[in-house]
Design a protein around this ligand. Structure first.
Ligand code: ACO
Length: 325
């Protein structure tokens, strides 16, 4: 049994509008709105980092759960934009929060599916070692990719979301989680440099690889729709429920057209899909926990609601969770 005890989220204050992009790149508000549904996104201030955003979201979740840092028994942090290569961002957050010397680890490389996968890992950890686990999804994308490339820069924003998962009955039970991977697509959504294959060095600086996001947008689009739809149905089947029983789907917020395509495939009305991509853009592994935090605080979720989280990211990885409030 794994129950969500508290919800947290954080986005930086600085707002970047489509007009801001149109003033510096060969793009328009109309193009961005039509293709992505995004109107605004948030970017970090100079003194903010992945660690500070994650810590902010974590503090909100811990407080929301009525706990203190001493009550946290483990931290799992999903990110593709870590504070540094080593150690993991989770260790830095443990120190910031003044938690005990608990185990912490990052779940990296799953892109936007990272948080839901982390929830899967956390749920199984609780089954064998009952404790309160802080699960975070955080991404600082604006400092990692070229802001001069109009095909990718306009899609993303920075942010963080977090939950506290515990063994005792609480506000919402994570009934089940399904995850999957198809590694054959690794090359069509990846950072050009930064690993052992193509390290950050003078060569990658000169070629422009050092901050280039390689993305085949159309392939990503097709696979994201297919996998998020299938994962939603798969997790419902596993818990023996049908889609008509779902009160709200919280999909990964990559862009509005992907979300709408998933919604149409599932045959859901607009009010049964949570959408905030217009405000924050794609914040990677933070979209799902941040949207859930917002939905809880906006009273979009009521006691008794069955909620499905569904996400897709680089890898390709995908995952869906059924959460009973
Ligand atoms: N402003 C104006 N024109 C642009 C821009 C821009 N910001 N970006 C690209 N274009 C141009 C292209 O250069 C191209 O011009 P051309 O026809 O002269 O060659 C034209 O617009 C059409 O480009 P396409 O890439 O074919 O446009 P498409 O309709 O596929 O939309 C988009 C692109 C929005 C990226 C879409 O493919 C998509 O949403 N894919 C999913 C990608 C995604 O969500 N990635 C996020 C990370 S992964 C995840 O979160 C799941």
């Amino acid at each position: 049994m794994a129950h969500i005890m508290g919800f947290g989220g954080y986005v930086p204050e600085k707002v970047i509008t489509n007009e801001d992009w149109a003033n510096q790149l060969d793009t328009t508000d109309e193009w961005i709105t039509q293709r992505t549904g995004i109107k605004r996104r948030r970017f970090v201030a100079e003194d903010e980092t992945t660690m500070t955003m994650a810590t902010n979201a974590a503090e909100t979740a811990i407080k929301d759960a009525g706990l203190t840092s001493d009550d946290i028994g483990e931290i799992i942090l999903a990110t593709d934009t870590p504070e540094m290569m080593t150690p993991d961002t989770a260790a830095l957050v443990q120190h910031q929060l003044k938690c005990r010397n608990i185990p912490t680890y990052d779940l990296g490389g799953s892109g936007c599916a990272g948080f839901v996968q982390a929830l899967d890992v956390a749920k199984s950890r609780i089954a064998t070692r009952p404790k309160n686990i802080l699960v975070i999804g955080v991404e600082l994308i604006s400092r990692m990719i070229s802001l001069k490339d109009r095909t990718t820069s306009i899609l993303f924003g920075d942010g963080a979301g977090a939950v506290i998962l515990g063994p005792e009955k609480a506000r919402a039970e994570v009934l089940d989680v399904v995850s999957g991977t198809e590694g054959g697509y690794a090359e069509i959504l990846t950072l050009a440099a930064g690993g052992t294959r193509n390290p950050f060095n003078a060569k990658s600086l000169e070629s422009g690889d050092y901050n280039r996001l390689i993305m085949d947008g159309r392939r990503v689009f097709i696979e994201a729709v297919r996998r998020m739809t299938e994962a939603t149905l798969e997790v419902l089947e596993r818990i023996g429920r049908v889609k008509e029983e779902v009160a709200l789907v919280i999909p990964h917020q990559a862009n509005l057209r992907i979300i709408e395509a998933v919604r149409n495939k599932l045959g859901f009305d607009e009010d049964r899909f949570y959408v905030n991509v217009q405000e924050y853009g794609n914040t990677g592994s933070a979209t799902v926990p941040f949207a859930m935090f917002e939905a809880v605080n906006n009273d979009r979720i009521e006691k008794g609601d069955l909620v499905v989280l569904t996400a897709f990211g680089s890898g390709f990885h995908w995952a869906a969770a059924a959460v009973q409030f």
